[in-house]
Ligand binder design. Structure first.
Ligand SMILES: [Zn+2]
Length: 427
């Protein structure tokens, strides 16, 4: 049976960074027709009602119906240690992250956290995430089993590290290759699941391990490859000392075959002109993690400038380096960082980054991230008056963007009115 969701609808016919807010399509009384897990039609509510009288109607009133949020860079194993105080990147990894990641050798612990993680992200309106697991194959199985159970389109890979990490968290070039390949064959393309080749970052991988990951990616170019790049200045200096032969940080990946269209580089705050040019030429994507960048004190990613230079940019929480599971809170942080860099991102641009932009970074924008016929029916319904503070401000709004912006800046999981995953209501 078809479902007809009615409310305010927001989708994108183009890119608001290139075309302005007119790239967005808003209807004050719109509808989305869902059948067989897919979006069949988007239009005016009355027209769709007339055309599909048999459809089961869910009327969300003034709430905003949008594509579900897409979080393009997370570490689900860090769920239970989010908001850990007072460290910068390397100390933060050693003090909090690595001890927690050790626990994921235990499959039942990994399964417990994976379930908890998806419950939290769905409650925040996030319908797709791209996650790092830990070095343990069990942590990848736990993630995909939990995603599969919920019918989610989800991305993840085994995190590979063979140096500068505790013994219990190190693999080798060969075991990283073998385990990754086995997990890729087990999960990639099953239901809505995608395997992602995942060396953590150059400081924790030898050139031999990066080379092994490059070899695996050449054999499986249908997969994405994710890693970290130039997050903090101390880290960039460390990479220089670990790879004296390399032209720059990106080159440590490039020379091992880890730069290309399906590459996702998290953070990428401190790039040289050569690195920016190569990222654009190869079609790789950058993922902006604003709450993480302020929380760990990393720096200010130049979102508008990178997009203006022709680079694909996604948006992400970087849980648990980031301080929130909410993509609303993440949009707010992106806005604040934009302000500190002298460019105020428009609400249409922030919403686009959290949906279409992230989908493009995952090369999945033909399937998810927008409301349009033929797209998968992952839909989030947002209450634009979810708290008294937000309600009194949005009541004064003169247009849709003034109505949405208070929720972007002050909203959280209380704003999630409903979530549909693969055409079925999940929240
Ligand atoms: Zn990260």
């Amino acid at each position: 049976m078809a479902d007809l969701l009615i409310g305010q609808t927001l989708s994108f016919g183009g890119d608001p960074f290139a075309e302005g807010a007119e790239a967005a399509r808003h209807s004050a009384r719109g509808g989305v027709l869902v059948e067989g897990g897919m979006i069949r039609a988007v239009g005016e509510a009355d027209d769709l009602r007339r055309a599909h009288p048999q459809a089961r109607v869910t009327d969300y009133g003034d709430a905003l119906i949008s594509a579900g949020f897409i979080d393009a860079h997370v570490h689900y194993p860090q769920t239970a240690m989010i908001a850990s105080w007072g460290k910068r990147l390397i100390d933060w990894l050693n003090s909090y992250t690595f001890p927690e990641e050790m626990r994921f050798a235990d499959k039942s612990y990994a399964a417990d956290i994976a379930g908890r993680y998806f419950d939290l992200t769905l409650a925040n309106g996030t319908t797709t995430v791209c996650s790092y697991a830990t070095i343990h194959p069990e942590s990848v199985d736990a993630f995909f089993e939990a995603a599969q159970l919920r019918g989610l389109r989800a991305y993840a890979g085994k995190t590979c590290m063979d140096r500068n990490a505790p013994d219990g968290l190190c693999d080798t070039p060969q075991t990283a290759y073998d385990d990754s390949k086995r997990l890729l064959q087990k999960w990639h393309g099953h239901d809505r699941l995608s395997y992602v080749i995942t060396p953590r970052f150059s400081p924790t991988s030898t050139p031999e391990q990066l080379m092994a990951m490059g070899a695996l990616w050449r054999e499986h170019p249908e997969c994405l490859m994710q890693t970290h790049l130039s997050e903090q200045t101390d880290e960039v200096e460390w990479v220089k000392s670990l790879f004296p032969q390399s032209r720059d940080y990106l080159d440590t990946y490039e020379t091992q075959g880890l730069l290309g269209e399906g590459a996702l580089f998290g953070h990428a705050i401190y790039l040289t002109d050569r690195e920016i040019d190569r990222i654009r030429e190869t079609g790789a994507a950058l993922v902006h993690c604003p709450t993480s960048n302020t929380f760990i004190g990393s720096g200010l990613f130049p979102t508008a400038a990178m997009i203006a230079r022709g680079i694909r940019v996604g948006l992400a929480t970087d849980t648990g380096g980031g301080s929130s599971f909410s993509m609303l809170r993440t949009m707010a942080a992106a806005y604040e960082i934009g302000q500190l860099r002298g460019s105020a991102l428009h609400p249409s641009q922030l919403w686009w980054l959290a949906t279409v932009g992230s989908a493009r970074s995952l090369r999945a924008d033909s399937r998810i991230g927008n409301l349009a016929p033929g797209m998968e029916a992952d839909i989030t319904v947002i209450d634009l008056a979810s708290t008294p503070a937000i309600a009194q401000r949005s009541a004064r709004a003169r247009d849709i963007w003034e109505a949405i912006f208070p929720t972007i800046m002050m909203g959280d999981d209380r704003a999630t009115r409903a979530v549909w995953v693969g055409g079925k209501q999940a929240v």
